[in-house]
Design a binder for this molecule. Structure first.
Ligand code: ADP
Ligand code: MG
Length: 381
């Protein structure tokens, strides 16, 4: 874009560099103002690259990609890359560009009219019902279907999403924009990435609100098809903040088959009545465990998911379906501990199949909903 390339060889190299994406921002380095200059001298391309931050961990990837791209140009036999770092002005410029023009003020892209991102907030009444496991599996399954997917781990009390997705890196910051680390094709931001070690977080409502707002506005998500939010259990402050920040977020309720859990899940779901958010459906997790002899053991009882779906349908007057029943399966826990969700590591296991089937039901782009009266069916008598 701003790079100085004077002769045709140099122009050809610059054109070739347009195929190189910044590994973090995932946009062409030429568009990001990262190519400062290109000079060609008897078959050697001298390229000067400006990194967004000093000590960028992905420098080697860039070096490899740039070398590969430049040597596709006929006559270029060698590439020499010199790395510099953007000035503060250049970074601000980049930030503006990423935010799509003049507006330097952080806005929540998903809350803008015309946003095509479907936002699913995963809620539960209690902790430990598998909310995070369901979130990461749906995210990985949707990414595997070619969708662009992000996850916000907003469970301040039990942030576990990065481990379950095998995300180790910390987010990089460009000015006040945060680049989310990515794993299995899923972009991830977790409150755990901003606290030290395993320290417990005691945050009050306004701080939570601010944190959620930052995750939504200051993180560079790019064009997402789906954003999943792993909410803390219960009906607390975060649910209210979410409704204010992202009124179009749709709620997915996770419960176990147990009657007691179902009652609590119902309360969490009923919040949507006050916030006027759509309930996408209920997912029952930890359903029957299939024993080696083929019999099914209902460790946590049965029927909870359907009960919650039925009462939320009655309560809201809109159809709230039971989207799936995920069986108890040791593979879910093992995969979570390994950082590769079971939908990827063992897609043919009972839980893998059930989770993939739910993902299929959710893999619908927002614009394809236009004209459909989803969630607007008349109240039943
Ligand atoms: N379907 C399942 N089968 C076996 N273990 C599961 C299943 N779902 C979740 N788990 C395990 O149960 C524990 C709690 O799940 P988690 O997703 O962390 O719940 P939450 O986010 O609701 O607190 C984790 O150790 C997880 O691996
Ligand atoms: Mg959790």
């Amino acid at each position: 874009m701003s790079a100085a390339a004077v002769n045709t060889d140099e122009q050809a190299v610059l054109t070739a560099l347009a195929s190189v994406n910044d590994p973090e921002i995932r946009r062409p380095i030429t568009e990001l103002g990262m190519v400062e200059s290109v000079k060609v001298d008897s078959g050697t391309a001298h390229v000067r690259i400006l990194l967004t931050v000093a000590g960028c961990p992905l420098k080697d990837t860039l070096r490899t990609d740039i070398t590969a791209a430049a040597t596709t140009v006929p006559g270029i036999t060698a590439v020499e890359i010199d790395f510099g770092v953007m000035s503060s002005d250049q970074r601000q410029d980049l930030q503006k560009r990423l935010r799509g023009g003049a507006a330097a003020e952080p806005v929540i892209p998903f809350a803008q009219p015309g946003s095509r991102t479907r936002v699913y907030a995963v809620a539960s009444g209690k902790g430990g019902v598998g909310k995070s496991s369901v979130t990461v599996n749906l995210a990985a399954a949707l990414a595997a279907r070619g969708l662009s997917v992000g996850v916000v781990d907003a469970d301040i009390y039990g942030h576990s999403v990065p481990r379950m997705l095998g995300v180790e890196g910390r987010p990089t910051q460009v000015e006040d924009m945060i680049m989310p680390p990515q794993s299995h094709g899923v972009k991830v931001i977790s409150i755990g990435m901003f606290t030290s070690g395993n320290a417990a977080v005691v945050w009050r409502g306004p701080m939570l609100h601010r944190a959620l707002q930052q995750f939504l506005a200051d993180v560079y998500w790019g064009d997402l098809d789906v954003l999943l939010l792993d909410l803390p259990p219960g009906t607390g402050d975060i649910a209210i903040s979410l409704a204010q920040l992202l009124p179009t977020a749709e709620i997915l309720v996770v419960t176990t088959p147990q009657a007691a859990a179902a009652e609590v899940a119902e309360r969490a779901g009923a919040i949507s009545l006050q916030t006027h958010q759509r309930l996408v459906g209920v997912i029952e997790n930890m359903s029957g465990l299939t024993l080696p002899d083929g019999t099914v053991l209902d460790v946590f009882g049965s029927g909870g998911g359907q009960t919650v779906a039925d009462s939320l349908t009655r309560l809201t007057g809109a159809q709230v379906p039971l989207l799936g029943q995920i069986p108890l399966d040791t593979g879910v826990r093992e995969a979570g501990d390994d950082g590769t969700p079971v939908v990827l590591s063992r897609p043919d296991s009972p839980a893998g199949k059930a989770l993939n089937a739910v993902a299929d039901r959710l893999a619908v782009r927002r614009d394809s909903l236009l004209g459909k009266s989803l969630g607007l069916s008349p109240a039943r008598k």
